[in-house]
Ligand binder design. Structure first.
Ligand code: PLP
Length: 462
């Protein structure tokens, strides 16, 4: 491989260089993300309104649009030391394979048992719940990475963990379910008959394979109705993007060591947490007018919240039990086709990223899943890591951008987020290898069904 002697294959930071503070990009945003509002009154949710659902410290972080840097408690930093800092890898082998003048780097977050970046926020959320003296937490999980990460964090801190797992994943991914149970979590397929909202969804649609939106409704209902429990969410929320800023801060520190300035930063976007975390420090520079970068969100063509969604207030869940968030959304009733990137099958998008996208500060593209798996396979063969289908969306676009550089001869520097590994996604790889994978793209009529469920009120026209 044509390795440049100056830049190693992997840029590692030392343990000391694990960030001591998270960076809150909202502090530098001129147009702040819209607040969560009460679906009945349309008034912004106050800390007191949110307190029955989330633990207090996380509510404070959720509502804090002004503090740029928030200290990472020592206990959380100690946990981070078990699997961080994560490497920033120069994809020399991929560059050679593509025969591109582009320089490609990826930040690899798959070096822990949960197999994804989600542990960064799971430990923070579990920590604050424990500190508040709570007994346990409830959550939903789609593909299973978030549930796994949360079970690991809860096991470490001695908290109960109840996970509502989207039914199709529960059935398709028994191994993830068992990892969660190994870490002591109680896992229920959603929709289930253990909650009112689950029973209602099942009565209306008995054959449903579930969705993240349904599972959220169930987990929130159980949290609010059980003494000593709160609900935690693995993406979308402002607090989650805050915790995930460790990804971007480490990436920036590693690049700075070698004086590397990226031209573009690419990440897959489900609810937006890894992308938001990766790009936060770079977006901060952009917002403060210090530097410019292209920032690109990649989403599946089967669940195109950014590229085909509406920027309006909508429910975060199917059962309509959550507050309303202003975000790019396909409608909380939208159930995407059985795309294999389970972690990207969410109808909405982080309000922070939605605002930044709306303000033209970032771009978004959607890609079809066979093209994603083609990229995944090429990447696995040359770089060695078996990527998660979600992460492979970012790989696809990084490759496409590197191929454009080949056409133009430009030596662009591309950084992308490799959010996790795909060991539990081999059914998807099997489908791809057998040539049985299809690319379902929803028609405008199919999307209209989801849009029809968006709440209408003055100022929320679609
Ligand atoms: C959950 C997940 C994602 C998508 O979630 P975001 O909140 O958009 O980051 C991406 N990659 C992996 C591996 C995941 O587990």
């Amino acid at each position: 491989m044509a390795q440049n002697e100056k830049i190693p294959y992997k840029i590692y930071l030392s343990e000391e260089e694990i960030p001591r503070q998270w960076y809150n990009v909202r502090a530098d945003m001129k147009n702040k993300p819209a607040p969560l509002i009460n679906p009945g009154t349309h008034e912004p949710m106050s800390a007191a309104d949110l307190a029955p659902v989330f633990c207090d410290e996380l509510v404070a972080q959720e509502l804090d649009n002004d503090t740029a840097y928030i200290d990472i408690p020592q206990e959380i930093r100690d946990f981070y030391k078990m699997y961080r800092p994560s490497p920033l890898v120069r994809a020399y082998c991929l560059e050679e394979k593509l025969d591109t003048p582009a320089k490609i780097y990826y930040k690899f977050e798959g070096n822990n048992t949960s197999g994804s970046h989600k542990l960064n926020s799971a430990i923070a959320q579990a920590y604050y719940a424990k500190k508040q003296g709570l007994k346990g937490v409830t959550t939903e999980t789609g593909a299973g990475q978030w549930g796994t990460a949360l079970s690991m964090a809860c096991a470490y801190l001695g908290l109960d963990c109840k996970v509502y797992m989207v039914k199709c994943s529960y059935e398709q991914k028994p191994f993830r379910r068992e990892v969660m149970r190994t870490y002591g979590a109680q896992v229920t397929p959603s929709p289930s008959d253990t909650t009112q909202v689950g029973r209602k969804i099942l009565a209306e649609n008995p054959d449903t394979t579930g969705s993240l939106g349904c599972a959220i409704s169930e987990a929130v209902e159980v949290a609010v109705g059980t003494e000593g429990y709160r609900y935690v969410l693995g993406s979308v929320l402002n607090q989650v993007l805050l915790h995930q800023s460790v990804i971007g801060l480490e990436t920036k520190a590693a690049l700075d060591k070698y004086g590397i300035v990226p031209d573009m930063i690419i990440g897959c976007a489900g609810g937006g947490s890894n992308l938001g975390g990766l790009v936060s420090p770079f977006m901060g520079e952009k917002l403060r007018g210090e530097r410019d970068y292209r920032i690109i969100a990649v989403e599946p063509a089967s669940c195109p919240s950014f590229t085909r969604g509406k920027f309006v207030y909508d429910f975060c869940d199917t059962g309509m039990v959550t507050p309303l968030a202003k975000m790019y959304t396909l409608g909380s009733g939208f159930i995407p086709s059985a795309n294999h990137a389970g972690g990207l099958r969410y109808h909405g998008m982080s309000p922070i990223l939605s605002q930044l996208y709306h303000d033209g500060l970032m771009e978004a593209v959607s890609v079809e899943q066979t093209a994603v798996f083609e990229a995944a396979e090429m990447f696995a063969r040359v770089e060695g890591i078996l990527p998660a289908p979600e992460s492979s969306h970012a790989i696809r676009v990084a490759i496409d951008e590197a191929l454009k550089c080949k056409q133009t001869g430009e030596e662009k520097t591309i950084v992308f987020g490799l959010t996790g590994t795909g060991y539990f996604d081999l059914v998807a790889y099997e489908k791809y290898n057998n040539g049985e994978m299809d690319d379902h793209i929803p028609t405008d009529e199919e999307l209209a069904v989801g849009f029809a469920g968006i709440p209408r009120f003055e100022g929320n026209e679609i």
